[in-house]
Design a protein. Structure first.
Length: 234
């Protein structure tokens, strides 16, 4: 199955380059791209950019120009303290873009429109690496401490990021399969976030998360290819 890997944030993309200093970097309208051999697979990586605008635009660009059968988004997210552990990898089954303010009609209808339920039927019954299947909520901002209670009560959210909602929505509109794997780098509680004002901590945790996701990527591709060949008994 032809897969393309999207990496959103600058810090996440930097890890890919640091781990592979001999990468031959190419350009795209949205940033850099590169081919990388991992295991027996040759992956094409694109730096999609941070935030919903870049994520949506770069996703559509990759679909239009490279016709992938599967889009894989590897990245990071922030978790809600007490509901999820640092280092947990979330495999998105559903994404919600929650930072929509609608004051003329029904805000819930607007949010529902940008909610995506991902079809993960192309995956094996048992994943090739430990994941928590669940919801990721997205916004063009870090988690605001005052939003946590509402996000938990309204959506049962345990983690949030900036881009997964846009990537999943665009992929679904194009009928392209999408796998989103995001590792929890830091935790936020109703008082503060452990990485807020501490970019070095976020950067170090991002290295740990991205290194793990990149190491596991060939196992995911191998498992997906086996399902494509008719074997689901993992």
């Amino acid at each position: 199955m032809k897969s393309i890997v999207l990496i959103s944030a600058d810090a996440e993309w930097r890890v890919l380059k640091d781990l592979n200093p001999n990468l031959e970097i190419q350009g795209s309208p949205f940033g850099e791209s590169a081919n990388l051999q991992l295991g027996t697979f040759n992956f094409q990586f694109f730096h999609g950019g941070w935030g919903k605008i870049s994520a949506a635009a770069s996703t559509q660009y990759v679909i239009d120009h490279y016709k992938p059968e599967l889009l894989i988004n590897l990245g990071t997210c922030g978790g809600f303290e007490g509901l999820i552990e640092r280092g947990t990898t979330i495999m998105a089954e559903k994404t919600i873009i929650y930072d929509i303010v609608e004051q003329m009609t029904d805000a819930d209808e607007a949010i529902k429109y940008y909610t995506t339920k991902l079809d993960l039927s192309f995956l094996p019954l048992v994943p090739p690496a430990p994941v928590l299947r669940g919801l990721l909520v997205s916004a063009d901002r870090d988690i605001l401490v005052e939003d946590i209670a509402v996000l938990i009560k309204k959506y049962k959210a345990v983690a949030a990021d900036w881009e997964s909602g846009a990537i999943a929505w665009v992929a679904q509109k194009n009928n392209v399969r999408c796998l989103i794997l995001r590792g929890v780098t830091d935790l936020v509680n109703p008082e503060t976030g452990e990485a807020y004002g501490n970019y070095d901590l976020f950067s170090q945790r991002t290295k740990e998360v991205m290194r793990k996701l990149l190491e596991q990527l060939p196992s995911w591709q191998n498992a997906i290819d086996k399902v494509e060949q008719g074997y689901r008994g993992y």
